[in-house]
Design a protein around this ligand. Structure first.
Ligand code: GAR
Length: 201
């Protein structure tokens, strides 16, 4: 890797985490180039945000490809053309397949709006809300072939205030996400986080 690490953000939705990472880079809080936004939803709001910020985009519609391997192969071509070092998932609502996992082994991060392993998968905030937990939070982890199962890098708890509604809980969680994700990305891409998890004795 020469120069600043080059990031591709993958997103399917609003793109508030993409935007937070973009602005953290602009403020020099993260030493990286945000080189590409990849989306499986051509009409997603993240694409408007990327255009406004001048970040190049690649969008695709999974249903027009015969398989996940086929669209991931095309995504790979765009990642290679842009010399991408790290894949940053930010609300990318799709499991990463073997094509990308093998090519970017140990260089794919994800953010999830719960304290994993609690509430993996879709609508984690709604799941926590329904379960009536008093504490939920945010997890940032390496990506493996499972659903929100890779090695955990960082977590931050969020108290669920009595009587709070789901929308306000979501706002609280996203405020944490927008601060935590850029800070963790900065550490991980500059080798300031050692892998391996905990040991038991
Ligand atoms: C974020 O809250 C992120 O944690 C979540 O999607 C939201 C995307 O928001 N990701 C997952 O649930 C992944 N399983 P954004 O598009 O505004 O960044």
């Amino acid at each position: 890797m020469s120069g600043k690490p080059r990031l591709a953000v993958f997103a399917s939705g609003t793109g508030s985490n993409y935007d937070a990472i973009f602005h953290a880079i602009e403020r020099n809080e993260v030493a990286a180039e945000l080189t590409l936004v990849v989306s499986d939803k051509p009409t997603a709001k993240v694409i408007d945000k990327a255009r406004n910020n001048g970040t190049p985009t690649f969008t695709f519609e999974p249903k027009v490809y015969p398989s996940k391997a086929a669209f991931e192969t095309e995504v790979m071509e765009h990642l290679h053309a842009a010399n991408i070092d790290w894949i940053i998932l930010a609300g990318y609502m799709r499991l990463i397949g073997p094509t990308l996992l093998h090519a970017y082994e140990g260089r794919i991060l994800n953010i999830h709006p719960s304290l994993l392993p609690a509430f993996p998968g879709l609508d984690a905030i709604g799941q926590a809300f329904q379960a009536g937990v008093k504490v939920t939070g945010v997890t940032i982890h390496y990506v493996d072939e499972g659903m929100d199962t890779g090695e955990i890098i960082a977590q931050e708890a969020v108290n669920v205030q009595p009587g709070i509604n789901k929308e306000n809980l979501q706002k609280q969680i996203q405020t944490v996400e927008h601060r935590l994700y850029p800070a963790v990305i900065e550490r991980v891409i500059h080798n300031e986080y050692s892998r391996g998890g905990n040991t038991t004795t």
